[in-house]
Design a protein around this ligand. Structure first.
Ligand SMILES: [Zn+2]
Length: 244
């Protein structure tokens, strides 16, 4: 890896991902700061050794405060695995950095307690917690029998598809399946979810996304989700049956 090329690309990708996130979630973020921390800025014991494309965690802004030069109080925070993305495909680096940022942003919008709760923990307790998170992301998650879509359910998909639409509107095209749903989550292709959502992203493009996803989803969307979950449960019970 040419380190100066990588560093320049990472700085530029981080700036552009941050600007993109602010544009697509302007109303949801409001005046809150948004922190995107590239993995390469972190020591191994605080997330530098992550094997993930990106992650977020409760109180991550506090864990990584010393590595956020423009820290200005509590706000949504994500780590993007810039080294991992670069190693996977340097030519697609900007695209995958932006896609990862939007994916993590969808998580953050759905988990405001990650950055809103008042925290009374001591600096030592926060540091211990930060190291625990870093340990967790340093290895691939174990095959534990949980559904592959765990944490990326229908509300996540709907949020991600709204973000995808708003990003396309400002000239950044991210394939829906690179953000949510699809085979990697044991679900139908994201394009099918997008079709099932109909014109909702266009129609409600000027509304806060969190207000939209608090309302009932279009029936086709919900039916697709229910049928995916049912298919997962059926294949799971078949698997269990054949293992007996
Ligand atoms: Zn995720």
């Amino acid at each position: 890896m040419n380190s100066s090329t990588f560093e320049a690309a990472s700085r530029q990708a981080c700036r552009s991902a941050k600007a993109l996130c602010r544009l697509v979630a302007a109303q949801d973020l409001g005046p809150l700061p948004l922190y995107i921390v590239p993995q390469s800025r972190l020591p191994p014991e605080l997330g530098g050794g992550s094997v993930a494309n990106g992650y977020t965690a409760s109180r991550l802004d506090l864990h990584l405060r010393d590595f956020i030069p423009d820290y200005r109080g509590r706000g949504p925070c994500m780590v993007v695995g810039d080294r991992n993305l670069w190693a996977r495909d340097a030519d697609d680096f900007l695209y995958s950095f932006q896609a990862t940022s939007l994916h993590e942003l969808a998580h953050l919008l759905l988990r405001p307690w990650y950055f809103c709760e008042p925290v009374n923990a001591s600096p030592e307790a926060l540091h211990r917690e930060a190291r625990k998170v870093a340990d967790m992301v340093a290895t691939e998650p174990p095959e534990d029998g949980l559904p592959p879509f765990m944490g990326h359910e229908s509300q996540f998909i709907r949020t991600a598809l709204h973000l995808q639409h708003r990003a396309a509107k400002v000239g950044v095209w991210i394939a829906p399946n690179d953000l949510c749903a699809g085979r990697q989550y044991g679900l139908s292709h994201a394009r099918r979810y997008q079709l099932a959502l109909g014109d909702e992203p266009q129609r409600l493009a000027d509304k806060p996304i969190m207000r939209i996803v608090a309302t009932e989803a279009p029936i086709e969307f919900t039916e697709l989700w229910v049928s995916d979950v049912r298919a997962h449960l059926q294949s799971f019970s078949r698997m269990k049956g054949s293992a007996l």
